[in-house]
Design a protein around this ligand. Structure first.
Ligand code: ADP
Ligand code: MG
Length: 224
């Protein structure tokens, strides 16, 4: 599904280069649940954003289902992102002015899905996530765990090929975090490919493979 070849990412500070990712080579197959771990500043979010097509490398190749993403312009990347990827952020990134219902519906508006079908899809996911009673509330009226449930619902409503999650339970109490992880496990069992970043060994055990990165290099890559 995903092939990264010799991916490098750096930032320029005047004449200096600050390296973030060095010679990353990684293959991810459909159906994997891969965890990226590593110290703060290791380049984990940068790698996730590259794979999520929110950022681009300075050099190297990125193939998504054999499509050369590294050759695409920003518009085409954004298009791919919207159609094939779901992203969950540590800080939820919900839209404060929209209700739970409207937040979850947002990704469907980017596609040509008719209003009736949109309604059915949102109703379905609200039901599945036990959030029907909360549909007209705004994010600020929810607990962190509930906000992240909305974040996950929004990420998966368009049936993405790949779910990316950057420290999705980082701001949650442990029971709320467990709820999110159990949900990921269900999604994975239903066939979704998942790529998560976490600092938690326990969360990593939900996945099938752990890649450790440090100073921008892949240091280890092991099956769980
Ligand atoms: N725009 C930028 N300019 C310079 N350095 C950056 C920029 N963005 C990120 N970095 C640096 O890249 C490194 C990796 O960041 P990040 O991918 O967020 O790490 P992690 O998610 O593993 O904590 C950090 O040292 C960070 O300071
Ligand atoms: Mg990070």
């Amino acid at each position: 599904m995903i092939k990264l070849r010799n991916i490098e990412r750096f930032h320029r500070n005047g004449p200096q280069k600050t390296w973030v990712l060095r010679d990353i080579n990684l293959d991810i197959k459909e159906g994997e649940f891969l965890t990226i771990m590593g110290p703060s500043g290791a380049g984990k979010s940068t790698l996730l954003n590259l794979i999520g097509m929110l950022d681009e490398p300075n050099s190297g190749e990125y193939f998504f289902f054999d499509e050369p993403v590294h050759q695409f312009n920003e518009r085409k990347r954004t298009d791919l992102h919207k159609h094939y990827l779901g992203f969950v952020f540590q800080a939820y990134h919900l839209i404060d002015e929209l209700t739970v219902y409207e937040n979850i519906e947002t990704p469907l508006l980017y596609r040509n899905i008719k209003s009736g079908e949109r309604k059915a899809m949102v109703a379905d996911i609200l039901d599945r996530f036990n959030m029907v009673a909360k549909k007209d509330l705004f994010p600020a009226q929810l607990s962190g765990g509930q906000q992240q449930l909305v974040g996950v619902a929004r990420a998966i409503i368009g049936k993405p090929k790949l779910l990316l999650a950057d420290e999705p339970t980082g701001n949650l109490h442990s029971s709320q975090g467990e709820q999110i992880m159990d949900l990921f496990k269900q999604l994975h069992n239903d066939g979704m490919t998942i790529l998560q970043v976490t600092h938690s060994e326990k969360n990593a055990q939900y996945g099938t493979r752990i890649v450790h990165i440090e100073d921008g290099f892949v240091r280890s890559d092991i099956a769980v």
